[in-house]
Ligand binder design. Sequence first.
Ligand code: KG4
Ligand code: ZN
Length: 364
Amino acid sequence: MASTATHILGIETSCDETAAAVVRRNADGSGTMLSNVVRSQLKEHAPYGGVVPEIAARAHVTVLDRLIAQAMAEAGLAFKDLDGIAATAGPGLLGGVIVGLTTAKAIALAEGKPLLAVNHLEGHALTPRLLEPCAFPYLLLLISGGHTQFQVVEGVGRYRRLGSTIDDALGEAFDKVAKLVGLGYPGGPQVEIAARNGNPVRFDFPRPLKGRRDCNFSFSGLKTAVREAVIGLHTLTPRDVADVCASFEAAVADTMRDRLARAMEAFREMHPDAVSPALIVAGGVAANATLKSVFAQSAADHGFRLIVPPAALCTDNGAMIAWAGAERLALGLVDDLSVAARARWPLDATQAPVYGAGKLGAKA
Ligand code: KG4
Ligand code: ZN
């Protein structure tokens, strides 16, 4: 364990946010965020209704240097003051991941500092420990545009996946529903706003996998049911849009209540001695107010302490990567400069591969 404070630069380029941040891991293991700079590429991708990988990679290249300089300046540090350089090494859009990881390697090489190749999902998983004391083990629900899964976080580098989506991610389902009813991209926030004035019981949409013993999710059937309802309406009035969105959100809320109950039971079976364990919800969809009240109620019902990091740390950012790097450095888990970027990298296998290992891009 490191007994002195460490300062880590974190770089995130795995999807449509370019981000850089500096965090300090204090000698007592607590964290301090010194800077957290994020540039969203929403404008570049909006005309296409989704993230275009090539555009994403080019946009990262264009702004990353400037963002890193800004993060360092806001932290009041020079590269020589850093104890390590962390970057997302996957999972994500490969072109973007390569931009951030290669930049981190260049800085690490030039400055003679350790490189920390961070699993993006580990960044989300460890974020609560940057903000407040949060003992292992705890339960993580990650709901973003690309991921929907439960992880039991047992330690740094020690994860057990309880379940994940078998088709669409939850954020993706929100985005597709938004598209079906003619709302813009990203759809989640707009579906939430439209749903506020809608009738949540007008459409009886399915509650996928409700009652199942596993902890998986499925959203493609729900999306299809929404599509059929929309087709049946021919032309959509604003009231129809509101009612579809409200009924969709109600189906998601019911499903999440059921899936969460199952996951908390599974957690209890694995860790019967955990007293008031934390339930962490991260990812863009965690911003949804209706779902947040479901999480709060479910956590209370099952004796869990709910932690939803503030939006800026819930969606993709550099601080979560810097912090995961700091936690890994404290355990001596540094990476070689030959470490490879990975499009797929399940969290339950947190050791980054090196080039030539033969398993790059293996399906998660
Ligand atoms: O974590 P995130 O910012 O980015 C990645 O996916 O990496 O998540 C973005 C996703 C999008 O699908 C967006 O539609 C969804 O989160 N989202 C929401 C809300 N805000 C963002 N979904 C539902 N309600 C919201 N308020
Ligand atoms: Zn993410």
